[in-house]
Design a protein around this ligand. Structure first.
Ligand code: SF4
Length: 376
């Protein structure tokens, strides 16, 4: 919010319109977990009517050829990150391992706390994983028909625009994601095209990269990645689904602005922590450096409250809507028949047919990166 207007948000709508108009391009779009709870705000659709099904219909009305759900890739992230965490513990690497799905946090850590950069999970963020899978599967099929894929992510986040340009994230299929639109830009696009979103019938996302679980939906709020990862990590260790463990931040205090918990998983004592907001995160990192806190696994989201309150979400004058939006994600998780990432049938098929298993050579090549190799 620069008072002189010298700074403006980067607008990528023209790039998207050009791809949509190009007959040689197959347009693929994916939407982040936090979009489904906020997109209706900018197009006048009430929260309970702005469903994921109506969101998928709105994306088709814009003209995208394939409509995928980043929730699918959030499940994939959990499979990779959960497996990575188990290996991390077995190998006795320095604790904690930090989540890395928030590029705002990754950039902050690399700039201000480089001593922790080697402890960031190597798992790419969900939309980058989705992009890598799309470019290396759908992209190859499209190339046989003389087309190239344009992969668009609709995200609650401005930092994702920076993240998708990082060259070290590219795979043999090329860059994972070609452009990112924020929720605000997406709503502007819908308004520009005069799409009557409220009147659209609900539609499913495209298969096979559109099926997801309630665990993935939780990625959109603080504590959600940790909750989803623990559901699957416990299963990977014991072969049984664990009881649901909420990782909310209600016990955070101004002096200790993060939440933590000790869990017993398969006889292993795990100390976990969840922080959101970079000022709060700094306090947690300082406590870790001073030896005043010790954890095995830490989730960090740069925006206070997580992506529901992300920098690219619709802005309501004098109102903070993060909690209200997070409630929608909790409801969607509770109502989902599938609530564990490892139970997603499309994820199981992707491993059976293409990736082999989590952390396989191909999974490492497509879905992981060495966070220390990025230049800031
Ligand atoms: Fe982006 Fe904020 Fe979400 Fe991080 S928490 S991924 S910076 S919207």
């Amino acid at each position: 919010h620069c008072p002189t207007g010298a700074l403006t948000e980067r607008d990528d709508i023209d790039k998207v319109l050009a791809a949509l108009a190009d007959p040689d391009v197959l347009t693929v779009v994916q939407v982040a977990p936090a979009i489904r709870t906020a997109w209706g705000e900018g197009v006048g659709v009430p929260r309970d009517e702005a469903t994921p099904g109506r969101l998928a219909a709105a994306l088709r009305a814009v003209g995208f050829d394939r409509v995928f759900d980043t929730d699918f890739a959030a499940d994939l992230t959990i499979m990779e990150e959960g497996s990575e965490f188990i290996e991390w513990i077995k190998e006795g690497k320095p604790r904690p391992m930090f989540t890395s799905c928030c590029p705002g946090w990754v950039r902050f850590a690399k700039l201000h706390y480089p001593e922790f950069a080697g402890q960031l999970s190597s798992s790419k963020s969900p939309h980058q994983m989705m992009g890598a899978v799309v470019k290396n599967t759908v992209g190859k099929q499209a190339a046989e028909q003389g087309k190239r894929v344009f992969c668009l992510s609709i995200m609650p986040c401005l930092a994702k625009k920076y993240e998708c340009d990082v060259p070290q994230l590219a795979t043999e299929g090329g860059r994972d994601v070609d452009a990112v639109l924020t929720t605000r830009e997406f709503d502007r696009l819908l308004n520009m095209l005069s799409i009557d979103c409220a009147a659209l019938p609900e539609e499913p996302f495209d298969d096979p990269l559109g099926t997801s679980t309630g665990a993935a939906t939780l990625f959109g709020r603080t504590g959600g990645v940790m909750e989803a990862a623990l559901r699957t990590a416990a299963y990977l260790l014991t072969g049984e689904n664990p009881p649901f463990e909420a990782c909310d931040t209600s016990d955070a205090t101004p002096e200790r602005p993060w939440t933590d918990k000790e869990l017993d998983v398969a006889g292993m004592r795990l100390r976990i922590a969840v922080a959101s907001g970079l000022e709060n995160t700094s306090k947690l990192l300082e406590a870790l450096k001073a030896g005043e806190a010790e954890y095995d696994f830490v989730e960090v989201m740069a925006c206070p409250g997580g992506c529901v309150a992300g920098g690219g979400q619709p802005i309501a004058f004098n109102r903070e809507l993060g909690c209200e939006r997070a409630e929608v994600l909790n409801r969607l998780d509770g109502a989902d028949e599938l609530r564990f990432s490892h139970e997603n049938p499309d994820i199981q098929a992707l491993y059976a047919e293409t990736l082999g298993k989590p952390l396989s050579e191909r999974a490492e090549a497509w879905l992981h990166t060495d966070q220390r190799e990025w230049d800031i």
